[in-house]
Design a protein around this ligand. Structure first.
Ligand code: ASP
Ligand code: MG
Length: 478
């Protein structure tokens, strides 16, 4: 249906639309795609921090703090009005302003109601949270009309149809495709640039829902899939995925291309670029996804593909997760008895404490968790089952790369590179594309730089941005 159109879904995150200057930058970026002959569909997040503030207002109202809730709303009103005033002409502003006042009138009524009943349901939380994207997308759509981009706002709730699991609704594939065909495709054919809010949706009965925190990437992927887009661009404020944290190891390089599976491993271990589950709808349809930096649009970012490109460098990236605690549960008599591990995990489950890594021996189980204030209570419960010890200030190093599959000697290379560092627990995930181990937090820098030096001293230029390293060396040598 859309094979004749070269659609690019461009999703701009909260920091990419945080103020009028950032919003102007998005318009310039959109224009570059239009000049290339692509047809942009723009998806925007709420302006940075707005969703947090809306949720804080809802929470204040629930506590009965009516004035606190209304004060937050009033600050949000000013911020959006200021942005609109900076971006729009006087004529457009005169048209827009009554709409904006209506929105805040409705939000304030809602907050007053919540404060009166002091009750907040997931359904109402979604309604309050939805204002962030409803406002940002409307203002940006309006601005794109004025700045010559032929923008056309589309209320995402008419397109992103979901079930009624409020707070994290599940999108309905066929109805979404149908409504995109009805509401967005005609605009594209008429050479408009549709602008939609991410994160928000509605049930088929018209009740507002959300896709969960950070859900705008998901909206981008759903729209890309539904419209059969050529590509999806996730615009954020980092250069894409790096070989490791550049603050730890200044030699870190941009990874030009990475597979979905590799990105998924990294996301869990703290590479906070995007949550790959959210781009699954695109990957399933083989639509390439790019992670790009709206503050440095010339940078080519990272491409995420369904199948990994071949790389002669075994690893793609080294992720670091700090502030972990290792818990050792020692019970020589009971360990291998039936139901014992279950009993241990039930303790963590009751405290809603996720476990990162597990290793077992004949007499003990070691687990790692994020250091948190529930640990003493967890340890107390566990000590009814066995002897318990816990040690904080550990870090998990997770090395990811599809090319380690089936390669010999990789583990030996890893542990030789860090032979002077004390390694606690080792695991190789079932996916066979990651190797993880625990070290002392104070050894992170030394270990990561040694590993980076070993594995990325001669990186495959097809996969890593070697050119910028050469450029940087050249300029410091001068
Ligand atoms: N505004 C939403 C949030 O902050 C969704 C998003 O930005 O992706 O969670
Ligand atoms: Mg985000």
């Amino acid at each position: 249906m859309t094979d004749d159109l070269r659609i690019v879904v461009m999703k701009f995150g909260g920091t990419s639309v945080e103020n009028p200057a950032a919003i102007r930058r998005t318009a310039e970026i959109v224009e570059t795609r239009r000049k290339r002959g692509q047809m942009p569909v723009v998806v925007v997040s709420a302006m940075s921090k707005v969703t947090d503030q809306l949720l804080a207002a809802a929470a204040a109202a629930e506590r009965g703090d009516r004035n606190g809730a209304l004060a937050i709303s009033s600050r949000l009103r000013n911020r959006h009005l200021d942005a609109a005033s900076a971006l729009l002409s006087q004529a457009a502003l005169t048209e827009m302003r009554p709409w904006l006042e209506d929105q805040f009138q409705a939000l304030d009524d809602l907050l007053r109601g919540l404060a009166a009943v002091q009750e907040l349901t997931p359904r109402t939380t979604d309604l309050v949270a939805s204002y962030g994207e409803r406002l940002s997308s409307r203002i940006i759509g309006w601005y794109y009309t004025e700045c010559g981009l032929n923008g056309a706002h589309v209320d995402a709730r008419t397109c992103i149809l979901t079930d009624d699991q409020h707070g994290k609704a599940t999108p309905l594939e066929a109805p979404i495709e149908q409504s995109l065909r009805n509401h967005v495709l005609p605009l594209l054919r008429a050479r408009h640039i549709p602008v939609l809010g991410g994160f928000i949706g509605s049930t088929q009965a018209g009740v507002t829902t959300t896709l969960g925190r950070g859900g705008s990437d998901y909206t981008g992927a759903l729209i890309g899939r539904g419209l059969n887009a050529d590509s999806i661009e996730i615009w954020t404020d980092v250069d894409g995925i790096m070989t490791t944290d550049p603050r730890v190891c200044p030699d870190a390089l941009r990874v030009k291309t990475i597979s979905f599976e590799e990105a998924a491993e990294l996301a869990y271990f703290g590479a906070k670029v995007l949550h790959p589950a959210t781009i699954l709808p695109a990957v399933q349809k083989n639509i390439p996804v790019w992670v790009l930096n709206s503050k440095d649009p010339e940078n080519n970012g990272t491409q995420i593909t369904a199948v990994a490109a071949h790389s002669r460098t075994p690893f793609k990236s080294i992720a670091i997760k700090r502030r972990l605690t290792i818990i050792d549960v020692v019970a020589s008599r009971m360990l291998m008895t039936h139901g014992y591990l279950k009993a241990i995990f039930e303790v963590f489950d009751r405290h809603k404490c996720p476990v990162d890594m597990v290793s077992t021996s004949e007499v003990s189980v070691s687990l790692t968790v994020d250091s948190n204030e529930k640990l003493p209570a967890i340890a107390a419960e566990l000590s009814r089952l066995a002897d318990v010890k816990y040690e904080a200030s550990k870090a998990l190093i997770c090395m990811v790369g599809g090319n380690i599959r089936g390669q010999r000697g990789i583990a030996a290379q890893v542990f030789t590179a860090i032979r002077h560092v004390n390694v606690r627990m080792i695991s190789q995930g079932a996916s066979e594309i990651n190797m993880s181990f625990m070290i002392e937090e104070e050894d992170v820098e030394e270990a990561v730089c040694a590993l980076h030096q070993h594995f990325f001293q001669d990186p495959d230029p097809e996969v890593f941005d070697v050119a910028s390293r050469t450029a940087a060396t050249a300029s410091t040598e001068r």
